[in-house]
Design a protein around this ligand. Structure first.
Ligand code: SAT
Ligand code: MN
Length: 593
């Protein structure tokens, strides 16, 4: 017996009967185990050694060319009642889903090793943390899970103590897109994933558990599982505010969580502390505030665009002991991607680099690295009680209309801002890139239940005694008339975060506009920044006609969640729509009066 928890032992036994592996390995999470796996993968070609002088402990994995991103059209959330999954999820009847995917699992591990990965999402002694066990036939998944989660003996001990854990069964199968499914059974705390070895499809602790299953658990238990980074901003007085921010995949969450302050801010003593770059679990504490943990222990970050100029902290983190997936390599065998100096010799598929084949690194190529390697890793990231959240930020890629920053007047308005979020699609999921899609709270691909119920759950946090964070919406991606970005982004985003903190501390007044509160003249600190005044005007302008259309589109979008759309959100949408009409009439009335 490898586990004294009967439910765990029994499940592993059952899966072994179904999948028929040659052997079973219970992961202890030790260094020796990791090193042995790496050696084995170097032999099989699952990993390729990179330049050990420049990048000690770094390896490259090339995934199957058809298996390079999450596959939302093959991802299902299988509640017994279809309505409970909502229009935001693909649904299959649980019995039919089990039958379909179990047929694929039948005998699929013949000749392979079945790895049992006990893991803990969150600091191992945190009451906010939750555990799971992933069973997989992929040593690459084991190595990544070791970096991304607290994996091994300590997690197994907690699971055996608690008796309750999320089960995740995974096989790479044949890596055949025709035989690929990612299925969730929230009521059974169960995930089954077949036919992909990539990121969120295969590292089941990440999106499958920490978002889809956890969001469902969180609703029942009164907390939130969100697609958010967590960053601590320390001002020159040594006061730290923690901010949680939701952006869709590949919109700069990792960069914002590791932001490097502009020159003048550094001189003044501002510091940035990274708590998380992708997922945030938060729960009201006895003080009424929301307290957050990062359930992960590593970063699965987008490589292209990451450079010393854009994210020096990430570059330092990934200079050693990192797994790279689908990047290109240079002549001296260093990892390479678009945005780095130098030139690649072979592309992400291992072909001689030829620009005619497209980018050298896959646009969704990634690095997997332990968070402890990040120079700005916060000591508070390991705090069992989590960090108190001062602000929640929503954002997306919006080339027009959405201002650089706006603040919600209250919680319900903030929930509407999150629900209305939209963004241009990126390479993080398969499908067309650059199309506007609504992505409420950046959770469209990750909410494990009906969005209408999810909005109601968010609204329910506004109750007597609650000391809720302020909610803001940002847009770093606003473009000018000739297609250039109007805002420099990256480190300069701290200027916007500083304004938020000034608002939280009651030191900035802002100006009330129909769409929310925007920075008043001079409140955004722009010293040291060469920003054309006209661009700032454009970044903070409120185009009433454009916003009326936007509100109508938001209204239409929200109605797709009827009859479960909370009336409170409808009222909020109508309030703003009406305020826009009145604001548009005001100058006319003044002119004629
Ligand atoms: O592939 S993952 O889901 O892990 C990464 C992402 O899309 O954010
Ligand atoms: Mn993500």
């Amino acid at each position: 017996m490898a586990s004294k928890l009967a439910a765990l032992q029994q499940w592993v036994d059952e899966v072994a009967v179904l999948t028929r592996p040659a052997q079973i390995h219970w992961c202890d999470g030790s260094d020796a185990e990791y090193q042995a796996l790496v050696q084995q993968m170097l032999q099989t070609g699952d990993l390729i050694e990179l330049n050990q002088q420049t990048h000690p402990g770094c390896y490259l994995h090339r995934s199957h060319p058809s298996d390079v991103a999450r596959v939302e059209h093959l991802t299902f959330v299988c509640h017994p009642q279809q309505e409970d999954s909502g229009p935001n999820n693909h649904w299959m009847d649980p019995a039919a889903a089990h039958a379909k995917i179990d047929a694929l699992f039948d005998g699929c591990m013949a000749g392979r090793t079945l790895y049992v990965i006990p893991y803990c999402m969150g600091p191992i002694d945190s009451p906010l943390a939750r555990c799971g066990v992933e069973l997989t036939d992929s040593p690459y998944v084991v190595a990544n899970m070791r970096i991304m989660t607290r994996m091994g003996a300590a997690a197994q001990a907690r699971i055996e103590r608690e008796g309750r854990f999320v089960r995740g069964l995974h096989s790479i199968g044949e890596l055949d897109p025709e035989r690929r499914f990612i299925m969730h059974f929230p009521d059974e705390l169960l995930i089954k994933s077949y036919g992909s070895g990539y990121g969120g499809n295969a590292l089941l602790g990440k999106k499958c558990h920490a978002l889809r299953i956890a969001s469902h658990q969180a609703r029942a238990e009164g907390w939130l599982a969100e697609h958010m980074l967590i960053v601590g901003i320390e001002n020159p007085l040594g006061e730290t505010h923690y901010i949680a921010a939701a952006f869709p995949s590949a919109c700069g969450k990792t960069n914002l969580s590791m932001l490097i302050p502009p020159e003048g801010y550094l001189r003044d003593g501002w510091k940035v502390w990274t708590v998380g770059d992708d997922i945030c679990w938060m729960r009201p504490g006895t003080d009424g505030r929301l307290h957050a943990i990062n359930p992960e222990s590593g970063f699965f970050g987008v490589a292209p665009g990451t450079s010393d100029a854009t994210n020096h902290n990430a570059m330092r983190s990934i200079s050693h002991d990192t797994i790279f997936t689908n990047v290109a390599v240079t002549a001296d065998n260093q990892p390479w991607w678009e945005g780095l100096p130098g030139t690649p010799v072979s592309d992400w598929q291992g072909r001689a680099y030829d620009p005619a084949n497209g980018p050298a690194a896959h646009p969704n190529s990634r690095f997997t690295v332990s968070a402890r390697q990040c120079p700005t890793w916060s000591a508070q990231a390991e705090a069992p009680a989590g960090v108190p959240i001062s602000a929640i930020v929503f954002g997306g890629r919006r080339p027009a209309l959405l201002p650089l920053v706006m603040e919600a007047r209250d919680w319900a308005h903030g929930v509407l801002m999150g629900a209305a979020m939209g963004s241009e699609t990126t390479a993080a999921a398969t499908g067309a890139v650059g199309v506007l899609r609504r992505d409420s709270m950046a959770m469209k691909p990750f909410c494990g239940y009906h969005f209408g119920d999810y909005f109601a759950h968010w609204l329910a946090f506004d109750r007597p005694g609650a000391k809720l964070p302020k909610i803001f919406h940002v847009n770093w991606f606003r473009k000018g008339s000739n297609g250039q970005f109007l805002w420099p982004g990256y480190g300069d985003n701290l200027r916007v975060l500083e304004w938020m903190i000034e608002r939280i501390e009651g030191r900035a007044t802002g100006v009330d506009r129909p769409i929310g509160i925007l920075p008043a003249d001079g409140e955004l600190k722009l010293d040291g920044l060469a920003l054309e005044p006209a661009w700032l005007d454009e970044l903070l302008e409120v185009d009433h006609a454009g916003w009326q259309d936007e509100l109508a589109a938001i209204g239409d979008y929200l109605e797709t969640f009827a009859p479960r759309l909370p009336e409170r959100l409808r009222v909020e949408q109508q309030r703003i729509a009406q305020a826009l009409v009145e604001a548009a009439e005001q100058p006319r009335r003044q002119a004629s009066g």
